[in-house]
Design a binder for this molecule. Structure first.
Ligand code: NA7
Length: 487
């Protein structure tokens, strides 16, 4: 059994950011548990061809670890992962990480005011548990009739099998979300035949991506404050997108017109264009960006299928019209378990209450998207209703890591062994969130998405400006917590 004051789960931006802030605050009695053998989270795991961020890199990075050297506006996975590894090295984080340790579950000991954390190896005991597990890390592979019978390689975009040579092969891709629109254009030019199964067309904007000029790079490196000023400009530009998504729906027709015009220019064929045209409002699902996705469907070796998968057989995929599409390889671009991600972590709070069950029965309700009544001293990074469609989630993570430090300071000041959000504060927070999300485009836009739970409630997105989150987390509102005194 290993005893620490604080245990952090995961080494993505959230886990790393938390570790950095703990160190800065002078706290050293903590460990970070990481199931893999390197840092990076989703940016370590997603290595599919063309994997890159859809938020500009100067904003999708730590505000306290600016990088003047980003090679282009939206950096690719290798560059983002390299940045994270560099930060881990510079901040000496690796010595605080236990690699190869996968957390299976955690339970709160009410008498001792401690978390017991079960892993694939050692058991850890800690006063405070911070889960930086992220929302998009459990691959969703839908059940498909006959999938076991398929003879060739079959893999998910988040577990890309680089040992499979796609050159000249017949490939079927299922799913057309944020990942697929990045790898489909790349593999299309190397495979023999490509069939893309689309369930719902996405709104795809042109991507304003370009290499960083050497002049800009020099300015970022040499002119004091230049990188910061650029980042701030990006922040406010991205932030303005919240105006449309968060309820001012009258701004959307203009954006929809731009995309429709872009689609018309890219796909002159009426029938093909109709298949690629969404029948819901822009912003309802995550808005995608690509300059190469639509033109891919003009290639002779690429077919867009909108019939849906009926069955997978040993050498192909049969669609719902009974047409067989030969396949040597099947790739799932079908996203992640998001709303039900908590089912995969067995967390038990007061009176043995299971978190996933509480969320299922009472709704996914938290206080500030971070902490939950009945689960003292537990903090989620990027928890429910703190993900974003319009700006960088690293900004949200930074507010959350700072808030946890403030909570630890407050506990120290009060001599408290445990802090737990009151039910009243949690209810008030959620009522306000639900009042706002119900007006937002994600709920009213006429689509289903991973933002929504099975009751159509948005449990994922922060429905305000991100600076409002900064404001709401800038200090601890003590009456919102039950402070348990040390015995
Ligand atoms: P996404 O964006 O959630 O996309 C998943 C895609 O898979 C999407 O086109 C789905 O269609 C499709 N899908 C999911 N389940 C099925 C089934 N059962 N049958 C057919 N098609 C299905 O995941 P990504 O990995 O592309 O990106 C995830 C996030 O990573 C992204 O938003 C960024 O924030 C980073 P649907 O639209 O649901 O009809």
């Amino acid at each position: 059994m290993i005893t620490k004051d604080i245990v952090i789960i995961g080494t993505g931006f959230a886990g790393m950011g938390m570790a950095i802030k703990l160190k800065e605050s002078g706290r050293d009695d903590f460990v970070v548990l990481e199931k893999a053998h390197d840092v990076g989270g989703t940016w370590r795991d997603n290595t599919y061809p063309g994997c890159e961020c859809d938020i500009p890199s100067h904003m999708y990075s730590f505000s306290y670890e600016l990088n003047s050297d980003w090679s282009k506006s939206f950096s690719g996975q290798p560059e983002i992962w390299a940045y994270m590894r560099k930060v881990a090295d510079e901040k000496n984080l690796r010595e605080k990480i236990d690699f190869g340790v996968e957390v299976k579950g955690a339970s709160w000991d009410e008498d001792a005011n401690l978390w017991t954390i079960n892993t694939n190896g050692e058991t850890y005991v800690a006063r405070v548990l911070v889960a930086g597990v992220g929302g998009l890390h459990i691959p969703n592979i839908p059940e498909a009739k006959g999938a076991d019978a398929f003879d060739g390689p079959m893999f998910h975009s988040a577990a890309w099998d680089h040992g499979v040579d796609l050159k000249g092969k017949k490939v079927v891709v299922i799913g057309t979300g944020a990942s697929a629109i990045q790898f489909v254009p790349i593999i299309a030019s190397e495979v023999g035949e490509l069939t893309v199964f689309q369930r719902t067309p996405a709104w795809v904007l042109p991507k304003k991506d370009k290499p960083t000029s050497s002049l800009k790079k020099t300015a970022f490196a040499k002119v004091p404050g230049a990188t910061r000023v650029y980042r701030n400009a990006l922040y406010w530009g991205l932030e303005s997108r919240a105006i449309a998504f968060n309820g001012h729906l009258n701004v959307l027709p203009l954006a929809e017109k731009i995309v429709t015009r872009y689609l018309k220019k890219a796909i002159p064929d009426d029938e093909l264009r109709a298949k690629l045209t969404p029948d819901y409002r822009l912003g309802c699902k995550r808005v995608l960006q690509s300059n190469t996705y639509y033109p891919t469907f003009l290639r002779d070796n690429v077919e867009l299928n909108t019939e849906g998968v009926a069955e997978i057989v040993s050498d192909g995929v049969i669609d719902k019209n009974g047409v067989k599409h030969d396949a040597d390889v099947v790739i799932w671009g079908t996203g992640f378990h998001v709303i039900d991600a908590f089912d995969y972590l067995d967390i038990k709070g007061r009176e043995g209450r299971n978190l996933a069950t509480q969320f299922k029965e009472g709704g996914v309700e938290t206080y500030l998207g971070m902490t939950i009544h009945g689960f003292p001293n537990l903090y989620f990074m990027l928890g429910p209703n703190t993900a974003l469609g319009h700006n960088s989630v690293v900004f949200m993570i930074e507010q959350q890591t700072k808030f946890v430090i403030k909570m630890l300071d407050e506990m120290q000041k009060r001599g408290a062994a445990a802090a737990e959000a009151t039910l009243a504060a949690q209810t008030e927070f959620n009522d306000e969130i639900q009042r706002l999300v119900s007006k937002g485009i994600w709920t009213t836009g006429g689509c289903t998405s991973w933002y929504l739970d099975s009751h159509g409630k948005n449990r994922t997105i922060w429905p305000k400006f991100t600076f409002q989150y900064w404001w709401e987390t800038r200090k601890v509102n003590a009456p919102d917590f039950i402070w348990e005194k040390t015995a």
